[in-house]
Design a protein around this ligand. Structure first.
Ligand code: SF4
Length: 353
């Protein structure tokens, strides 16, 4: 069954130039991503900062153009649409930005901000706009009187509610939320996550959540795709990805989530440059299990419903064993710090730290 949104081998490389304007390679922000988002589902795209997930969200809405690949929304190829047809289609596809302080125009009242999409897409007759804005504000937990005020008069959480009301105004089928709660205080995050959950359920929305915060993802997503250096390394039902992660990178990300249980030591080191990603498996420079095959051959994204791009996914040690070994590594580091001298190294035969 095809999804409401289909991404097929999507890629976008941003040229890098030196001070004289000469080409010096390209940042491979998104490098061959295929995904399907079923109608009414919540897909979370997760990964470290810089993995390409925000670029992927913008490509999916055709806010930026891909270098290659296809984006199909409701079976329609978005790349084939004229600018006019694309504007009309945007009524069904909205984006919620991370920063509620930047996403609202400070020169517009709340009423004007929320009414703008109503006017642009002629959603209701002009005389009915005010009532519709009041309805939308109530729907996101704000009083109708908020319409007369200015964005700076609201807290971060309230401003994000206004941004959500604005995203809902055109009656979209798909909303992409790019880190929609990460700029908010922790105490407010839960309220906005609950609001999003209610809206998704009540309005039958399809939602793509872009987030580095697996704690938030766990609450809201029914499917998860994990990105690393511009590619998908694991994807599947959220219960399976969280319950039995098959890729070492996913295991390491999950290990950093409070309350998830220490299944592996958090990942160490920075990701390699997306200008020159490593050959073979892009994760091999940080993977504790890397073998020769990992450095030479790109692992395919393999599996039926739960997919992972790892040559060794069927013979990785149990998560508990991994934790034991990493705990040993921590002990060595503590000894080194205590004695002020290099501690004995662990046996890493066949293992690349
Ligand atoms: Fe690690 Fe090799 Fe799997 Fe890549 S393919 S994640 S390097 S074990």
């Amino acid at each position: 069954m095809s999804g409401l949104l289909e991404l097929d081998d999507l890629a976008r490389h941003f040229p890098v130039r030196d001070a004289l304007g000469r080409a010096r390679g390209a940042v491979r922000a998104v490098d061959g991503v295929s995904l399907s988002v079923p109608q009414g589902s919540v897909l979370a795209i997760v990964g470290e900062s810089g993995c390409g997930k925000s670029t992927l969200g913008r490509l999916a809405l055709r806010l930026i153009e891909p270098d290659r690949g296809a984006v199909r929304f409701m079976g329609e190829d978005l790349r084939a649409l004229s600018a006019r047809a694309l504007r009309a289609r945007r009524r069904d596809m909205q984006l919620i930005f991370q920063d509620p302080f930047a996403s609202l125009d400070p020169r517009m009242t709340v009423e004007d901000a929320v009414a703008e999409p109503l006017r642009l897409h002629r959603v209701v007759p002009r005389g009915a706009e005010r009532a519709r804005v009041a309805e939308l504000l109530e729907r996101v937990g704000l009083r109708p009187e908020a319409a007369r005020r200015w964005p700076h008069e609201f807290s971060g959480g309230q401003r994000q509610r206004i941004a959500i009301a604005r995203a809902l105004a055109s009656g979209p089928k798909l909303i992409i939320g790019d880190e929609p709660v990460s700029a908010l205080d922790v105490s407010v995050q839960a309220q906005v996550v609950n609001l999003l959950q209610d809206l998704i359920r009540d309005l039958g929305l399809t939602f793509v959540l872009i987030s580095h915060d697996l704690g938030v993802v766990r609450h809201i997503a029914d499917r998860v795709a994990v990105m690393y250096l511009g590619t998908i390394v694991e994807a599947g039902p959220a219960a399976q990805v969280f319950g039995a992660p098959r890729h070492p990178y996913t295991r390491a990300l999950l290990a950093a989530v409070p309350g998830h249980g220490a299944r592996a030591a958090p990942i160490e080191g920075d990701p390699p440059s997306p200008i020159a990603p490593p050959a073979g498996c892009r994760f091999h420079t940080r993977c504790p299990f890397a073998e020769a095959v990992c450095r030479e051959h790109v692992p395919p994204l393999a599996g039926s419903t739960h997919l992972a791009a790892c040559h060794l996914q069927d013979r990785l040690p149990p998560a508990a064993a991994l934790h034991e070994r990493n705990a040993g590594g921590d002990r060595l580091r503590r000894l080194q710090a205590y004695f002020g001298a290099p501690a004995p190294q662990p046996d890493t035969t066949g293992v690349h730290a």
